[in-house]
Design a protein around this ligand. Structure first.
Ligand SMILES: Cc1cc2nc3c(=O)[nH]c(=O)nc-3n(C[C@H](O)[C@H](O)[C@H](O)COP(=O)(O)OP(=O)(O)OC[C@H]3O[C@@H](n4cnc5c(N)ncnc54)[C@H](O)[C@@H]3O)c2cc1C
Length: 555
């Protein structure tokens, strides 16, 4: 009977892309980490790379996405439950990332009152996130937010003293218990309301002081949030209108006495991608929260968190692009068409190499940004962080969807089928550009630097000027950018020209200084010197495409 159905032999299909070390097969990543001062972490990153690329982890990721979280708003008797249930696979992914310290490792020096910031800590963490996103992107949302909440929490010393010790453990504790009983905690963020996500000044959620009010004091929060991801986090940093203006609050899910805080989850978003992660609509009915910073300083306070998440958006998008590319290269190395492997077909070589140029450029920029976070006490690094956070987030995240699509097409029909990785990546890739400040908002942020901190932009331009030296195409691009800065009307209509121009310059200069010549030459020739293209695979006839591809996915 069994033999009746054995009609054919399956051949010429690429084996699954799994049991791959996501660190040691990625020379561009290893170089970026070394360059940005975290070479000391190479050994542990290599171990983590093997974990993230293992067949077991990738299967866990599939399960977490095929079994999306569910809201249980009420129990069978009509009592409110307000819990979101996740598949065990999601919790397993959280365990992996939290054990690696991706939610806290950049802050572990805070556990020791005399502790100094550890050299390369942000970069090493970013490398972990780059690979963890390749393992599975959705669970990285609470991981990212927890890490990013720390600088905001530090503005409220009393709250920080209570919460930080639990953030800094590498223990994942999914239980719904008060802080004192938890082995470790995660922290989410609630800014976006129905009437506005960018324009948070329009927030209508109200905060009334429970007693005297003021920094660190207790308030009662009433209102809603339209997107609040990772709703099972232990606390959220939220914005609400206090009597003295918009303020930032820490709102725990369980109160110190063990009772539930008044969060009413309305429903979960049915999202294009990012399906393992829950994103809720929530209402607060006089929920208890404690103020971080001052009344009227809410945006400045939560920006501490937002800036850190913007770095993670860039790192995540670079990682996701790298996985899309690696999957495409892997497939083309195994698949033959017309008696020749796809990897040996000249047109395919150009497509793959062209994508690899963007991935290396994006990775380089993202890790240079991470490096500036590590060194932000130095004025040059602080200027890079301020200027290049919106620039890097904008450019790297915008590359993602187009690259994801092209990589998917390399797999032909298999790329379009949900069982493979490409479809999930394709649905995931637009997200990093949207949250934490969408494209135009990043351009506007750069223009804000121009208006309010022009000296920071000058420092960055001086650094790039010195770096590009006499390289003719880079110099010509630099001069174009300089003249753009003097154009009338720049602030009204040329924001995207400026942000893209600066990103391209920085990406190219970074490659010219640090990448092999076959990468830098091809990137500069196709992105800075040639006619604009609309798709990948053009202008690389003379490039060493084989070397570029082999660097993108080393054996
Ligand atoms: C999956 C997912 C999860 C999310 N999780 C969270 C979360 O946990 N917490 C949270 O607070 N939010 C969350 N968000 C919300 C997200 O941060 C917002 O959607 C985002 O900030 C944009 O806000 P908005 O949707 O209100 O769009 P709008 O602010 O209305 O913006 C719409 C568009 O207009 C553009 N725009 C805005 N202002 C200008 C301008 N002045 N000039 C030109 N263009 C402009 C924007 O770039 C954008 O493209 C999540 C979103 C998604 C998709």
């Amino acid at each position: 009977m069994r033999e009746l159905f054995q009609t054919h032999e399956v051949f010429n299909q690429s084996p699954p892309f799994q049991d791959v070390n996501l660190f040691t097969t990625d020379p561009a990543l290893m170089d970026a980490v070394e360059r940005a001062g975290a070479g000391h972490a190479a050994h542990q990153l290599s171990r983590f790379g093997a974990t993230c690329g293992s067949a077991e982890a990738l299967e866990t990721a599939r399960l977490a996405n095929d079994n999306a979280p569910r809201l249980r708003a009420f129990d069978s008797r009509g009592e409110r439950l307000d819990v979101v249930e996740y598949h065990p696979a999601y919790h397993a992914l959280m365990e992996i990332s939290i054990k690696q310290g991706l939610h806290c490792s950049a802050w572990e020096h805070l556990a020791d009152p005399a502790g100094q910031r550890r050299a390369g800590a942000t970069v090493a963490r970013a490398a972990g996130c780059y690979m963890a996103n390749q393992m599975e992107a959705g669970h990285q949302c609470p991981v990212t937010m927890t890490n990013a909440a720390v600088p905001a929490l530090l503005l409220a010393p009393q709250l920080a003293a209570q919460w930080l010790p639990k953030v800094l453990t590498r223990s994942y504790d999914k239980t719904l218990r008060p802080l004192a009983a938890k082995a470790g905690v995660t922290i989410g963020m609630g800014m976006t309301e129905k009437q506005g996500g960018t324009d948070v000044r329009a927030n209508t959620t109200q905060a009334l002081p429970a007693a005297a009010g003021g920094p660190g004091a207790e308030y009662l929060i009433t209102g809603h949030k339209w997107f609040m991801s990772a709703p099972m986090s232990d606390a959220f940093l939220i914005l609400a209108q206090a009597p003295g203006g918009l303020a930032c609050f820490l709102l725990p899910r369980v109160l110190p006495d063990g009772s539930r805080n008044a969060l009413r989850f309305q429903r979960l978003k049915d999202k294009l991608g990012n399906r393992s992660n829950a994103s809720s609509e929530v209402e607060f009915a006089a929920a208890h929260a404690w103020m971080i910073g001052e009344e009227g300083r809410g945006i400045a306070t939560i920006m501490e968190m937002v800036t850190a998440t913007r770095l993670d958006c860039a790192v995540a998008s670079a990682g996701l692009m790298r996985l899309a590319l690696a999957g495409a290269i892997h497939h083309c190395r195994h698949r033959s068409v017309f008696q020749k492997r796809l990897i040996d077909q000249p047109l395919m070589q150009q497509v793959l190499a062209d994508m690899a140029l963007d991935v290396e450029a994006a990775t380089g920029l993202a890790f240079r940004l991470a490096h500036s976070f590590d060194r932000a006490i130095e004025p040059k690094a602080a200027a890079w962080q301020r200027v290049m956070t919106p620039v890097t987030k904008y450019w790297v995240c915008k590359l993602g969807p187009g690259l994801g699509y092209e990589a998917l097409e390399c797999l032909g029909g298999n790329g379009y089928v949900e069982e493979g990785l490409s479809a999930r990546l394709y649905r995931e890739l637009p997200l990093n550009a949207i949250w934490e400040g969408s494209g135009n908002v990043m351009a506007l942020d750069l223009l804000r630097v121009l208006q309010r901190e022009p000296e920071a932009l000058e420092i960055v331009l001086d650094e790039l000027d010195a770096e590009i030296g006499g390289d003719a195409p880079l110099r010509a691009h630099f001069e174009r950018l300089r003249s753009l800065l003097t154009e009338p009307g720049l602030l009204d209509s040329r924001g995207r020209d400026l942000i893209e121009g600066l990103a391209l310059l920085a990406a190219a200069a970074n490659l010219r200084s640090h990448a092999p010549a076959f990468v830098a030459d091809a990137f500069i020739a196709t992105r800075l010197s040639a006619v604009p293209r609309r798709s990948y695979g053009q202008g690389l006839a003379k490039a060493n495409t084989r070397a570029i591809i082999d660097r993108a996915l080393a054996a």
